[in-house]
Design a protein around this ligand. Structure first.
Ligand code: ZN
Ligand code: ZN
Length: 250
């Protein structure tokens, strides 16, 4: 590493520590201020309420298996393999996780964004090598939704990550039509709702690239599947996906 680079990464780390002083570390789920030695992913109170996802899980979608070994596919991926290669979420989308994510989505809270970004960042312990991708793409919002919400929650999470200098490309994927929020729909309508709702932006070349899609939540995985499908059609070699929370049926 050259002196310049190490100086750069020192500065980066310093900036992150300064951020910690400006915005105290909080538990992502209940907003309690954490002590420096506390687990950043859940305070002692929330640790028992938040389900952390761990192997064994489906090799593709990361759905946890109740028992047995991992490395194989869950029944859903067995029936229809998703367009993404791997999807990993850190916690189950259940209370109090769902409440925190709703607070985050509908209020612009930088402290909470940093806390949730730390959770997202820990997908690197679940097989997502964040520094190994050619580009990292937040799942886009439709311009109408962006106007009412004022920010894309996936992009805000990416901006709040402890790691700087990642190849975030927020303009590469676009939402071509407005869709109903996935959470407002029953599971069997979610695939139809997002079908053909995404496209690669004109002029963007994905041929041979390794991509990482990022969103706050995966429910059925339909949105990430649709995004991955258009990326693969445009020539992407590999498409992984990372989310803070995912729905877990078992
Ligand atoms: Zn807590
Ligand atoms: Zn699966």
């Amino acid at each position: 590493m050259s002196g310049d680079q190490s100086h750069h990464s020192l500065w980066r780390r310093a900036r992150w520590r300064i951020g910690d002083l400006l915005y105290p570390r909080i538990c992502p789920w209940c907003n309690r201020v954490l002590a420096p030695h506390d687990d950043p992913l859940a305070c002692a109170e929330c640790a028992g309420l938040v389900r952390r996802l761990a192997p064994p899980f489906c090799a593709v979608c990361g759905a946890p298996f109740a028992t047995g070994a991992g490395g194989h596919l869950c029944p859903a991926c067995e029936r229809k393999q998703p367009a993404f290669d791997h999807l990993r979420g850190v916690v189950a989308y259940d209370r109090p996780v769902a409440d925190a994510i709703i607070r985050f989505k509908y209020g612009r809270d930088t402290t909470l964004a940093r806390a949730l970004a730390r959770v997202l960042w820990s997908t690197r312990h679940l097989g997502i090598a964040w520094t190994g991708y050619d580009a990292i793409l937040p799942v886009p919002l439709h311009p109408d939704r962006l106007r009412t919400r004022r920010f894309n929650q996936a992009l805000l999470l990416l901006w709040s990550l402890p790691q700087r200098g990642l190849p975030v490309r927020a303009q590469w994927l676009v939402r071509t039509r407005a869709t109903a929020p996935q959470v407002s729909l029953p599971d069997d309508h979610r695939h139809t709702n997002v079908r053909a709702a995404f496209a690669v932006a004109p002029g963007v070349v994905l041929k041979g690239l390794r991509l990482l899609l990022v969103d706050d939540v995966a429910s059925t995985g339909a949105t990430l599947h649709e995004c991955a499908k258009v990326c693969k059609k445009a020539g992407a070699r590999e498409v992984d996906a990372a989310v803070v929370a995912r729905s877990v049926l078992c």
